[in-house]
Ligand binder design. Structure first.
Ligand code: GLN
Length: 282
């Protein structure tokens, strides 16, 4: 069987099939496009067909390939972690606006998962001191591997490495305070029908579901953040399209000022940030 046979037909699944084929033959897109007459070995066909069967049963392409691009970096992913999403890149971009390249600030990423946020920030800001927390040891293994693979060989030489801690939100951090705290926590409501569709069916529920109204983690993080922010520090949280007002009022109650919400690429309110002007003493 040739590459051209495998990639003909059904447009809808063609991108998925091409990505799976690339991973089976171990060549990039350009090579696949330039070699339609390449005849696959039997073992390659078997592997490809096994992957395609799992894809047809719903397994996300990112889990089949074992990676997903985020912020121009290739992150390893497994079913232990949420698949990084384009809207979360906006959270990283907002954070980068707040931290200059020379700044030796401290940054905390809560619920780091694959490490996408923490590692992208460390990549762009080698002088920052980045701390990342997750409650799942399996997720932390993925994040740690990503940090080593992506950051140790970064161009321009040495920089800091993120430090990873296991635990529930701020718990493993004692009294530590940071210049910037950010999080893409679980924020989907437990009965949201969206959980029955597409990729999310295969993602870890603990990374998606934030209790009955989806706000459990956001309530916890926003209420506790002031104790872990230095004076003038900022909190940024990703949230559901309809949770902007709730996050704003939670931040107000917690003493934040300059509270704003930014939209995602589809125009939905997606990230809310606030500044803590006066530090809280622990
Ligand atoms: N944006 C994701 C979704 O809708 C949810 C991610 C999260 O809960 N942090 O599937």
């Amino acid at each position: 069987m040739k590459i051209s046979d495998l990639l003909s037909g059904d447009l809808e699944t063609r991108v998925d099939r091409r990505l799976l084929l690339e991973s089976v033959v171990g060549h990039p897109h350009e090579w696949i496009a330039a070699n339609p007459e390449y005849v696959l070995h039997e073992i390659e066909i078997d592997i490809y067909e096994a992957l395609l069967t799992r894809r047809m049963a719903g397994t996300p392409v990112a889990y089949l390939l074992g990676w997903r691009e985020f912020f121009g970096l290739e992150f390893s992913v497994s079913p232990a972690v949420l698949i990084p999403r384009p809207e979360t890149e906006l959270l990283v971009e907002w954070a980068l606006e707040l931290v200059a390249e020379k700044d030796e600030v401290t940054i905390l990423d809560l619920g780091t998962g694959s490490g996408a946020i923490a590692i992208s920030l460390q990549w762009k800001r080698p002088r920052a001191h980045v701390v990342a927390v997750d409650n799942s040891p399996d997720a932390l293994n993925v994040a740690q591997d990503n940090a080593e693979r992506l950051l140790e060989g970064r161009p321009g030489g040495a920089g800091n490495m993120p430090k990873f801690f296991k635990g529930h939100w701020f718990k493993p951090l004692g009294n530590q305070q940071f210049n910037l705290v950010l999080s893409n926590p679980p924020y989907v409501a437990a009965n949201d029908p969206h959980l029955e569709l597409g990729d999310v069916r295969f993602e870890p529920p603990g990374a998606l579901i934030g209790g009955v109204d989806g706000l459990d983690a956001l309530r916890d993080i926003i209420a506790t953040a002031p104790r872990h922010l230095l004076a003038g520090g900022t909190l940024l949280v990703e949230h559901g399209f309809d949770q902007g007002p709730a996050c704003q009022s939670l931040m107000e109650k917690a003493g934040f000022e300059q509270i704003t919400t930014r939209p995602d690429l589809a125009g939905h309110p997606r990230i809310t940030g606030g500044r803590l002007i006066h530090a809280t003493t622990n």
